[in-house]
Design a protein around this ligand. Structure first.
Ligand code: KG4
Ligand code: ZN
Length: 339
């Protein structure tokens, strides 16, 4: 349902995706993302290369999003942009571009927190996704974050638990790198896991109290496991890829789901959402859906709103526009999370 006719042009450039979206009210008219293939060969995002590619991509990406939406620049009500968290050089490209647009068009600038945007992606009006009622719990899992959040309203978030070291996306990507797979490895592990045996191999777990997570030790134990097995059989990875991926993925997803269930049980909240790049993972989606059988209403974003995208920046822009909450042109990027 569209409840306001503001036209928001949104820009996201916090890491290695350059994205632009146009929203009319809470409806996405276009959402276009340019991915940067250059990082594949390095096994991770190289910040300097990322900011250079953002500079190359930003103008064509904005043109493409505008063309697809059928909206003219003169019709845009405000510019929403990611202020952080993210890589300084990457954020600077999007933020400076957004400031210039705002200044030249004489329209407001709206700063957006990337992590809030992953959560509010659930509020994009789209027949393919349900909108959660408040309060709900959200598991936000990406390349840089693993958080359990109690969402009280669009702007009131309570952090209930988080990783004390690496994010779960990092645990996927580094394991993929150890196996010689290109970056980002998460989607590839997911793909190879489809036909593998989830119980064939066992990995270590770091048990933390309450709702915090730790993935650093698991990542290291995976590295030692691969080193040990390839010392015995140099074709170990090639011959067992599906089972390794299935077992490792299952291990990571079990940890996420176990903590989430504990928090749902202890808070008594019956609405559970997932967000962020790792929420595209098929085993996580299946296990979360299964919670419905235990009386929990679950909210799983459309694939295009899981990984980094500007539509989620636009929906936060929309809610801030309703409150007329605008930013000064003097703001600088915030590389760390603020809520
Ligand atoms: O939210 P996102 O696009 O960027 C950050 O803000 O970090 O998340 C990227 C992360 C990467 O670690 C990537 O490997 C992971 O999400 N990812 C997946 C899948 N799709 C993306 N991990 C597991 N399974 C997937 N299908
Ligand atoms: Zn993200």
């Amino acid at each position: 349902m569209q409840i306001n006719n503001s036209i928001i042009l949104a820009i996201e450039s916090s890491c290695d995706d350059t994205s632009c979206a146009v929203l009319k009210g809470n409806v996405v008219l276009s959402n276009f993302t340019a991915n940067q293939a250059i990082h594949q060969q390095y096994g991770g995002v190289v910040p300097e290369l990322a900011s250079r590619d953002h500079q190359k991509n930003i103008v064509p990406v904005v043109h493409k999003a505008l063309d697809e939406s059928g909206v003219k620049l003169s019709e845009v009500s405000a510019i929403a942009v990611t202020r952080g968290p993210g890589l300084m050089g990457s954020l600077l490209v999007g933020l400076n571009f957004a400031k210039s647009l705002s200044l030249s068009l004489g329209i407001p600038l709206i700063e957006v927190d990337h992590m809030q945007a992953h959560v509010l992606a659930h509020f994009i009006s789209d027949s393919a996704q349900r909108i959660p009622p408040f309060p709900f719990l959200c598991l936000t899992v990406s390349g840089g974050h693993t958080q359990l959040i109690k969402v009280l309203d669009h702007f009131k978030f309570e952090l209930m638990g988080q990783t004390i070291d690496d994010a779960v996306g990092e645990a996927f990507d580094k394991a993929a790198k150890v196996m010689g797979l290109p970056y980002p490895g998460g989607p590839l592990i997911d793909k190879f896991a489809q036909k593998g045996d989830t119980h064939r191999f066992k990995f270590s777990d770091t048990k933390l109290p309450a709702y915090d997570f730790s993935f650093s030790g698991i990542k290291t134990s995976f590295l030692y496991f691969i080193q040990k097995e390839t010392a015995k059989d140099q074709d170990f990875i090639k011959n067992n890829l599906q089972d390794i991926c299935a077992s490792y993925q299952h291990h990571l997803i079990q940890i996420l789901v176990r903590k989430s269930k504990l928090l749902l049980h202890e808070t008594g909240i019956k609405h559970f959402a997932i967000s962020g790049g790792v929420s595209a993972n098929s085993e996580l989606r299946t296990q979360v859906k299964a919670l419905e059988l235990q009386g929990i209403q679950t909210y799983i974003p459309k694939f295009e709103y899981c990984t980094d995208n500007a539509a989620m920046i636009g929906i936060v822009g929309y809610y801030k526009f309703l409150k007329q909450e605008f930013s000064s042109l003097g703001i600088s990027p915030l590389t760390r999370q603020v809520f």
